[in-house]
Design a binder for this molecule. Structure first.
Ligand code: HEC
Length: 222
């Protein structure tokens, strides 16, 4: 069949060209995104993850936290993420440039964690206690306990760990024992505490919640 070949190569060319167009246009739009330099403070955003937080990112990936938690704040009008205080602005592509694997997620059994480190109550102790015994921080939650990230060990006389968890009596280990985070827990908590996208990029600005007329934004000027 003479036309068979033409048909085959024609079809192939159409598919190849549309594939390339999708890929190239996305690359053109996002591929060259770099850190943004604040013109006043001269600081670069987003700041790279510290070594410890970057290792914690791998623990987060390894444990599948993404199956219950998203990391993407939708703008006002597309859901109540900002009203729920999951972020002060919508997420933009630049927020993710420091991450090799982006944990956008698609299921929100738990809260969005893109700004987990920015929550007022989210100190180290809160994260450790939540991972060891979620019920101690959120009674009734279906978040599983990640107690295997901790070591329950006998306190050596006079050598109690300064990093031992301070747990309420219901979750505390037996007398004479202490619960100490393993290096994986320490890295994961460093990662969670690094999650804070509050810097306002120019591209995020048009979608920031409305400011009452005549009231200038404090952080303006970058
Ligand atoms: C089965 C689903 C599920 C999985 C898996 C899960 N979580 Fe959660 N997580 C939840 C739920 C539900 C809550 C909300 C608890 C509450 O009621 O406050 C939560 C809350 C949290 C919070 C507190 C958020 C806030 O706004 O204060 C953090 C931080 C968190 N999870 C981290 C993790 C990490 C890290 C992992 C992986 C090691 C993980 N979660 C795995 C369901 C899950």
């Amino acid at each position: 069949m003479k036309n068979g070949l033409v048909l085959f190569f024609g079809g192939f060319a159409v598919l190849a060209l549309s594939w390339a167009a999708v890929l190239l246009s996305a690359h053109n739009q996002f591929g060259s995104l770099a850190q943004y330099k604040d013109p006043i403070e001269e600081t670069l955003h987003p700041a790279p993850l510290t070594g410890l937080a970057d290792r914690g990112r791998l623990v987060y990936q390894d444990l599948g936290c993404v199956s219950c938690h998203t990391q993407q704040v939708r703008r006002d009008g597309f859901g109540g993420d900002i009203a729920r205080q999951w972020g002060v602005r919508q997420s933009v592509a630049r927020d993710y440039i420091r991450e090799q694997t982006v944990f956008l997620g698609h299921s929100r059994i738990g809260p969005d964690l893109r700004n987990a480190g920015a929550r007022a109550y989210a100190n180290e102790e809160y994260f450790y206690n939540l991972l060891y015994a979620p019920q101690s921080q959120a009674p009734g939650t279906n978040m599983p306990a990640y107690d295997f990230l901790f070591e329950v060990r006998k306190i050596r006389p006079g050598q109690a760990s300064p990093h031992a968890l301070k747990l309420s009596s219901k979750y505390a280990p037996p007398a004479g024992y202490e619960v100490v985070p393993t290096p994986r827990a320490t890295a994961l908590v460093a990662y969670l505490r690094s999650l804070n996208d509050s810097y306002e990029y120019p591209e995020a600005r048009p979608f920031v919640a409305e400011v009452p007329k005549g009231e200038a934004k404090k952080e303006g000027g970058h």
